[in-house]
Design a protein around this ligand. Sequence first.
Ligand code: MN
Length: 129
Amino acid sequence: MRVAKGNTSGSASAKGGDNFTGEVFIDSVFPAAEGVMISSVFFAPGSRTHWHSHENGQILMVARGRGLVVNREGDSVEITAGDVVHAGPGEVHWHGGSRESFMIHTAVSLGNTSWFGEVSNDDYLKESK
Ligand code: MN
């Protein structure tokens, strides 16, 4: 069993790397162990992940702000504080802030993540209100 007491390490937030568009910051809650990784993620307005999937799925719990989650089947849902999303195993999707609001979520990611390239500005603007 692991118990996190928040980010008490004082470590700097990690900037989202090559698999993100825009200003994204990630605090590790739990590093990956036994196929489970938990992170707190801040998406600035307009920022988002690239297309990706999680081997055994992912649960997103929205803490603050407003954003969206979109899958390859065309489901596109605005998400706000309190919302919970379950992406199934292998379900290709992306998530991020809305055009004019940041979004903070806790992500529980299960298994390895596979990445499939960026969400174009055109595609983003089509989905984001
Ligand atoms: Mn995801």
